[in-house]
Design a protein around this ligand. Sequence first.
Ligand SMILES: Cc1ncc(C[n+]2csc(CCOP(=O)(O)OP(=O)(O)O)c2C)c(N)n1
Ligand SMILES: [Mg+2]
Length: 559
Amino acid sequence: MRGKDNTRTAAEVLVDQLSIHGVRHVFCVPGESYLAALDAFRDSDIAVTVCRQEGGAAMMAEAVGKVSGRPGVCFVTRGPGATNASPGIHIARQDSTPLVMFVGQVARDMREREAFQELDYRAVFGSMAKWATEIDDPARVPEIVSRAFHTAANGRPGPVVVSLPEDMLTERVAVDDAPPFAAIETSPGAAEMGKLAQLVAGARAPVMILGGSRWSQAASDALARFAQKFALPVYTTFRRLHLFDALNPCFAGDLGIGPNPKILERIKAADLVVLVGGRMGELPSQSYTLFAIPRPQQTLVHVHPGAEELGRVYSPHLAIHATPTAFAAALDHLDVPGAPRGEAEAARAEYLAWTDKPTAQPGGVNLGAVMVWLRDNLPGDAIICNGAGNYAAWIHRFFRFRRFGQHVAPTSGSMGYGVPAAVAMKRLYPERTVVCVAGDGDFLMNGQEFATAVQYGLPIIVLVADNGIYGTIRMHQEREYPGRVVATELRNPDFCAYARAFGGFGAAVERSADFPAAFDEAQASGKPAIIRLTIDPEAITPATTLAKIRAKALAERGE
Ligand SMILES: Cc1ncc(C[n+]2csc(CCOP(=O)(O)OP(=O)(O)O)c2C)c(N)n1
Ligand SMILES: [Mg+2]
C-alpha cells in the first residue's frame, strides 16, 4: 500500500512489478525470510498456490513457463527451501524454459557470517541458472525484476534466481514502476531465408526436426503449412511432441529414447536437415551419433533463438538466429523455386505402422492399450504431464498430441515432474482435462503435491504405472550386469488408499479392459484421482522384456 509520501515497501514494489509483467500465478512454500512479500500478495490479484515441497513449487512454475513462454514464478525460503527447489531450476535450464525464482535471504547486516540458512545464491545457482542475483537496494527492485523477466524469457530462455534480503523487503522506498517486459522475437534475415529457399529447392530428401522452446500454436501451424507445401517429413525431438500435430500428414514421429529405427534411417539418408529451435542434445541425437561433430554429413540448417547455441556442438551449413515463432512466420512468405517434394508420405506410413496399434505385452494392463484409449477418447486439448521412467515410452509412442502446450514433461528426464506439472496446468486451465502419467518410483518423488490438488479442488487424474521397480534402471542393470539386481526393487504403498487419505478418489486397474470404466469413474468423482495400473515388470518397453534383455546380455558374455 502506498504511503502518503508515495512510498511502498520493497516487497510491495516487487509484487506490483510481478503484476505489471503479467504474472497471474505464483507457486510457493512459505518462509519467514520473505514474510513481507507474502503479505504484499494479500493486496494483489495474483493467485498464490501454496505447495508441500519447494521442488513441487519450482516444477509448477517451470510448467507454466513451458506452456506460456512467459516466466513461471515461484517463491521459496532461504537455504533448504532454495536447495529443495533446485530440480525445478535444473529442468528450466535443460529445457530452455523461462522461470524466475525469488528466494529469501538473511538480512544484509548478517551476510557472510553463515547466518541461519544463509546461502550464496550466486555461487550455488551460478552454473545452473541463466542469471543469479541479489537485490541490495530497494530502489532497484523495478530494474532488477525487469531484467530478470527479460533474461529468463529472451534468447534461449532459462531460469533466473533473485535473492531477497529480509530487511531489504521491509524498507520503504519511493520509486517508479518498470514497464511490462517484452518477449523479443528475433527474426531471420532475408539473406539467410534466401539461402534456405535455395537449399530446399535443391534437396533430394529434406527433413525437418523441431525442438526447444519459444514456440506457439501459430508457429506450429505456419510450419505445418510449409511442410505440407513441399511434403517434408517432420520429426520432433525428445519430449517436444506438442510442437506438431500428430494427425498432420507430414508428421513422422519423435526422436527420443528408443525411436522408430526408420526415423534414424531416414535422417541419416537425408541430404538436408532443417533443425528448428532444438539443441539436438544427447537424447535426440542418439548419444551424439546422428550427426557428425562438428560438421554434420547432411547439410544442416540450424534455427535457434540463442546465438550462443549456433555452432556450439554442430557447425551448421546455414545458421539462422531466430525464434521458432519468427522463423515459422517468415516461412509463409518464402519463395522456393521449382516444386521440390520430400518423402513425407513414406515417412508418415512408417510412423503409422510404428504407432497405430499397441504391441503385445506380458501382464494384464498394456500401457499401449491405455494410451490408445486415451488418444481416442480425451478431448483434443487435454494436457498430458509426466516425469521420467520407462512408462513414458508408451506415451511418446502411442499418444497423439495435437497442439502446442499439450505435453508437459521434462526433456531433462527429471523424475517427480508429472504431479506438480498437472497441478499447475489444472490451476491455469480448470476447464481442460489434465492427466498425469507417472511411474511408481516417479510418482512418490513429488506425490505429496496431490495434497495441493486436493486443497485447491483441482481434479487432475494421475495414472500410476505400478511395476514395483525403478524400471529404467533395472533395464540398464540387466543390460550391463545381467541378473545382478541391486536397489531397483520397490515395495509400494497402496496408491488407492493414498489417494483417499489425501481426500481424493482412488481406483485400481488390473486389466486393460477395465481402464475406461475406471477413468470415467475418476472423472465423475470430480476429485483429484489416482488410478493405479498394475504393470508386469517384465513389460519393460513396448518392444522387449526384462527376461529378453537379461538373456541377450548373458549370451553376449557367453554365459
Ligand atoms: C530425480 C531423478 N532421480 C533419478 C533418476 C534416474 N532414473 C531414471 S528413470 C528411473 C526409474 C523410474 O522408475 P519408475 O518411475 O517406477 O518408472 P519405470 O521405469 O518403472 O516405468 C530412475 C531412478 C532420474 N531420472 N531423476
Ligand atoms: Mg516403476
